[in-house]
Design a protein around this ligand. Structure first.
Ligand SMILES: [Zn+2]
Length: 334
């Protein structure tokens, strides 16, 4: 245990308007569903390349520019490996404050802030019942045909999920804790559902927390990203061991960035997406990522009500993008 952790927590509450706004509600409920080791009733078959799993990971508050800097310095080897298998895309935060709750409301539903009502950390409560990606997957496939998992590092990311949706998630575990806690919980959940098709959301608060505590330009902020990367590596290693690497789409992104030279994210719309999903060809907004995930897992987006704001980031890239390669040799100028 890091000796400074309690201090960091304390400073968090003071420095972070996002975190200060966190409701001090009752402790989150224990995970829904059966007990560890208990066999799921009517287990769904495991995933295959045609019927993939999905893991959506949020690295809270990690700015695009810093991700690029760390990739260039080869400090995020696991994110780099994911990008090598797929791509890195720019995601822009639009339509609400660049804060944790609205960012994750959009990430978990693919809906606009107009529909969810979550415009800032202090505005809006839970997203509408039945609209989370987990609800959509269960509704499209049948509730026992896909296992759903949500583990968060901020209790108030969990508080976005209404009670009915929460109960329908096979493992729901929300709390305020660092990657050292969330990482093992995530691995345990993957271990538990590895034999079934699954969709998981894992939330790591570390970059946001150290960004508020030490600033966007600090080494601590960068180290928090490196920690997240190590847990990504542990998950990928697990998938490899279970021979699930080729049948699991992994999407890593941020809910918002961090103000340049600062300790806040008042105006930090520069998010990003790193994925091994080869069909992803372009960037977009946060809402496009859950839309991509749902479409790639076989959900017919046209049938969803309320309709998603997001569109899948797949298909032919825009003409301007296509032009980039191959580059013609410049003709000598006379
Ligand atoms: Zn924050």
């Amino acid at each position: 245990m890091h000796r400074l952790l309690p201090l960091v927590f304390l400073s968090l509450a003071v420095l972070c308007p996002s975190c200060a706004a966190e409701p001090a509600g009752p402790a989150p409920k224990p995970p829904a569903g059966g007990q560890p080791g208990e066999k799921p009733k009517d287990p769904a078959p495991a995933a295959s390349a045609e019927r993939p799993n999905a893991i959506l990971i949020s690295w809270d508050g990690l700015s695009r520019e810093v991700v690029r800097e760390l990739l260039k310095a080869e400090r995020l080897p696991n994110l780099a490996a994911l990008i090598k298998a797929g791509s890195f895309q720019e995601i822009t935060v639009k339509g609400h404050e660049t804060e944790t709750r609205p960012g994750h409301a959009e990430m978990l539903t693919g809906l606009s802030a107009d529909v969810t009502g979550v415009r800032s950390n202090s505005e809006g409560g839970e997203v509408p019942e039945g609209t989370t990606i987990f609800d959509r997957l269960k509704a499209a496939m049948g509730k026992d045909r896909i296992a759903t998992i949500m583990v968060t590092g901020k209790a108030y990311v969990g508080s976005l999920v209404p009670d009915g949706s929460r109960k329908a998630i096979d493992t729901f575990d929300a709390g305020s804790r660092y990657a050292a806690t969330v990482g093992p919980l995530a691995l345990a959940a993957l271990e538990r559902y590895k034999g079934r098709r699954f969709a998981a959301f894992f939330h790591f608060l570390d970059p946001d927390s150290y960004g508020h505590g030490s600033g966007r330009d600090s080494e601590q902020y960068r180290k928090a990203a490196v920690t997240c990367d190590a847990w990504l590596g542990a998950m990928v290693e697990f998938l490899k061991k279970q021979k699930l690497e080729d049948s699991t789409l992994v999407y890593v992104m941020a809910d918002h960035g961090m103000d340049e030279g600062g300790r806040q994210h008042y105006n930090a719309p520069d998010s990003w997406l790193a994925t091994n999903d080869k069909e992803v060809t372009r960037g977009g907004t946060i809402a496009d990522v859950p839309a991509t995930l749902l479409a790639r897992l076989g959900v017919d987006l046209a049938k969803l009500k309320p309709a998603l704001l997001g569109k899948p980031l797949t298909g032919k890239p825009a003409p301007a993008e296509e032009k980039k390669a191959p580059e013609a040799k410049p003709k000598p100028v006379k």
